[in-house]
Every structure is written in structure tokens, then in C-alpha cells.
Design a protein around this ligand. Structure first.
Ligand code: ADP
Ligand code: MG
Length: 392
């Protein structure tokens, strides 16, 4: 028998909001997470991207809010401002038919005043990045004493990004916490540590990457000189193979430079990285999401957690420094059960060694490609066999 949101005890007004978004049946992490969280249990959930983690913790959190109280009751920590904004939007979407539960969001990189104003409106749920939350706390803009539930979303990334001390400082100050939910694509050492320190009798949920949730991505590498990376990128972009592509660079400086180079060559491109003003970032994201910007150039941190379907290609201008970044990067494509393509440009031996390591680690098959004399992309070993040519 199929379990429904209704059978999980989800309220009418949330069911209505879900139905309006076309969400009918719970995903596995929702099926296994909503019940325990509603029962105030600690939960540690390992589930790949795109498996519906936000509703898994968002629905029980909303259900637990006492709307007549103006105290902050639920806290969600997220690693980046983009992700925090996205979670806030999703929760507000669930609250379409419920106006007495307020959700606010605070994150670094924006002035304090608008956030202060949002906090003065007495939200019962707050979504925050850890650093900025501590800032507000230290300035006595927020009190933690009525918080009952804390969720760490993308816990692996958050702790990996150096937020371990902020996160533990926050948890240590929430004296009346009842439960803690850890949601993550992987359970890293740091996530384990936080679980050991702050959870009790936690309910463990594991969602394996199935073929259905595993993105369908063709992965290629192209070897060229460092100077040629720009030309190879232009060739890929002009091949007409992509309508919407994300190019990843390892540094902000590289992102900026590549954006300028591509613009100079007539490509409609823009970038997202930590030094771009928040208002500009939001504009860029919206343009990309709505299909008005075909090429987005981003650092790993800036791109994290952004849910844009229909990205048909990813280009790794730099080979990522962490294995896991590669998986997150290529995970931007091949979503919504569409086929995606990922290209990694390799210019140096260390880059090649790193990519080989990534392929081995993740058991990926990455095909080496090259441009033949006609400008067609072909597998590197098969230059002699034109029938294997792939037209770009
Ligand atoms: P995750 O955090 O695990 O990466 P999200 O919570 O961001 O995943 O959800 C990914 C997408 O799936 C979102 O667009 C969300 O609206 C949608 N979604 C979530 N739950 C369901 C469901 N039960 N049925 C259909 N779509 C869903
Ligand atoms: Mg998520």
C-alpha cells in the first residue's frame, strides 16, 4: 500500500499547497523522515541531491510551530545564501494557505538592516547561514531560548566549509532544543561527530542513489594547453550542443576573468561567486533559471544547492580540488531524468592525475575526447575511425 502525505499526518493546508505544486506522493526520505521528526525524534538522513530533503524537514517543522507565539521555534542552517534563500522559498510555498507562520532568512553578504527588519517581524522559523546567525545572536538581534528544532541542511558541505565551530557554538547556545535533524548527501566524519555530540537515539535514513535518481550524464575530458582552454570552451559553447550550461572554475578570479573573456568573444555569460553583490547574484540566478542567460560561470561554493532543472551541460574549466565537488558539479546536469553532458578540460599533468583519481573514486567512466581537423569532437583513441564521430 502506498503511503501518502495524508497518512503521515500532514495537515490539510499543507496538502493543498503540495497538490498545487504537483506534489502528490512522498519520496523515500520524506516517507521515512516526516514521521520521526513529527514525533520530535533526532534524524540523520543521507540522501542524494534531488530526493526531496527540504520537504522532509520543512513539513514537520511547520507542523510543530505554535502560530500564536511570536518566538523563534525552528532553525534551519544552510551552508550558502543561495541555499538558504531556496529553503526559505520552499517553506513559504508550503505556507501559501497559512499566514500566521512566518519564515525569515539571514545570510552573510547582505546588510544587517533589512535582516534586522525581518527579524523584528517575529518569524517563528529562521533559515540562516551559520556565520551571519552568530553575528545576529552576538548583537542580541535574536534569542535562541524558544528554539525546539534545529535542522542542518547539506550538513556535509556546511561542516566541510569551516562552519564546524559556528555550528557547534550555535547548538551549544540552544538550551531548550528538543530535536536535531542532520540532512546530507554524504555522512562525513564531521557530520558523524556532530551526530555523536548532539543527537540521541537518532533515526537513520539512507536513500541510495538509484538509477532513477542517479543522473544520466555522459562524461568527457578534453586535453589542451592552458592557453587553449578558452578556445576549447568557445568551441563547445558554439557547437550548439547546449542551451543552458554552467562552467565551473576553482577561484573567483578565474570566474571573473573567464566571464570577461567569453563576453569579449560575444558569448552571453555571467558569473556567480562570493565577491558579487547579493542583489546582482539574485538577478543572475533568476536570469539563468528563467532561460534568459545561457551561460553561467560559477565557483563551487556559489553554485551549491541551486536547484535549476534543464541544465544540459557542465564544463569544468578547472578540475575541481575535491572529488566530491566533481560529483556536485556534474549533478547540476542530467536532472529531471534528462540526459546531461559534462566536459572537463585538462591542461596539466596534476589536473589529469586529479581527474583520474575522481573517476576511480566515483567509479565514473570519463571518455577522453579531442577535436578532429573538421572541428568534430571524437574519442581520442579513435581518430582513425570516422564512423565513431560525434557531431558537435
Ligand atoms: P534535495 O534537497 O534532496 O536535493 P529538494 O528538496 O531540493 O531535494 O527537492 C528537489 C525537487 O523535487 C524540488 O523541486 C521539489 O519541489 C521537488 N519535490 C520534493 N518532494 C517531491 C515529491 N514528493 N514529489 C514530487 N516532487 C518533489
Ligand atoms: Mg537540499
Amino acid at each position: 500500500m502506498e503511503k501518502t502525505f495524508e497518512a503521515l499526518g500532514v495537515s490539510e493546508y499543507i496538502l493543498k499547497a503540495l497538490a498545487e505544486q504537483g506534489v502528490t506522493l512522498p519520496t523515500k526520505v520524506q516517507l521515512e523522515g516526516i514521521g520521526p521528526l513529527l514525533a520530535w525524534k533526532d534524524v540523520i538522513a543521507k540522501a542524494p541531491t534531488g530526493t526531496g530533503k527540504t520537504f522532509a524537514f520543512g513539513i514537520p517543522m511547520i507542523e510543530h510551530i505554535e502560530p500564536e507565539s511570536e518566538e523563534l521555534q525552528g532553525l534551519i542552517l544552510a551552508p550558502t545564501r543561495e541555499l538558504a534563500l531556496q529553503i526559505c522559498d520552499e517553506l513559504r510555498g508550503l505556507l501559501t494557505h497559512r499566514k500566521d507562520v512566518r519564515v525569515a532568512v539571514v545570510y552573510g553578504g547582505q546588510r544587517m538592516e533589512p535582516q534586522l527588519k525581518a527579524l523584528k517581524a517575529k518569524p517563528q522559523i529562521l533559515v540562516a547561514t551559520p556565520g551571519r546567525l552568530m553575528d545576529h545572536y552576538n548583537r542580541k538581534n535574536i534569542r535562541f531560548d524558544k528554539i525546539k528544532t534545529v535542522i542542518l541542511d547539506e550538513a556535509d558541505r556546511m561542516l566541510d566549509m569551516g562552519f564546524f565551530d559556528d555550528v557547534t557554538a550555535i547548538l551549544n547556545r540552544i538550551k531548550n532544543r528538543v530535536n536535531l535533524g542532520l540532512f546530507s548527501a554524504t555522512i562525513s566524519q564531521e557530520v558523524q561527530t556532530v551526530s555523536w555530540m548532539y543527537q540521541r537515539d537518532e533515526v537513520e535514513i539512507t536513500v541510495e542513489a538509484t538509477n532513477e535518481s542517479k543522473p544520466d550524464i555522459d562524461q568527457f575530458s578534453i586535453t589542451c594547453t592552458r592557453l587553449d582552454k578558452l578556445n576549447v570552451t568557445l568551441q563547445l559553447l558554439r557547437s550548439g550542443a547546449f542551451e543552458r550550461v554552467i562552467i565551473f572554475c576553482n577561484t573567483k578570479a578565474m570566474c571573473q576573468r573567464l566571464t570577461e573573456d567569453l563576453k569579449r568573444d560575444g558569448i552571453h555569460a555571467d558569473c556567480l561567486h562570493g565577491d558579487i553583490r547579493q542583489a546582482t547574484r539574485e538577478r543572475t540566478m533568476a536570469a539563468f533559471r528563467h532561460g534568459k542567460l545561457p551561460v553561467l560561470i560559477a565557483t563551487d561554493v556559489a553554485s551549491r544547492g541551486i536547484d535549476v532543472d534543464d541544465v544540459d551541460g557542465v564544463i569544468n574549466y578547472d578540475v575541481p580540488e575535491e572529488n566530491e565537488y566533481y560529483i556536485h558539479r556534474i549533478g547540476r546536469t542530467g536532472r529531471a531524468r534528462k540526459k546531461g553532458m559534462a566536459f572537463t578540460l585538462i591542461a596539466t599533468f596534476p589536473e589529469k592525475a586529479k581527474l583520474d583519481e575522481i573517476a576511480k573514486f566515483a567509479e565514473f567512466s570519463i571518455t577522453s575526447m579531442m577535436f578532429d581537423k573538421y572541428g568534430c569532437l571524437i574519442p581520442e583513441e579513435s581518430e582513425e575511425k570516422p564512423q565513431q564521430r560525434r557531431k558537435f
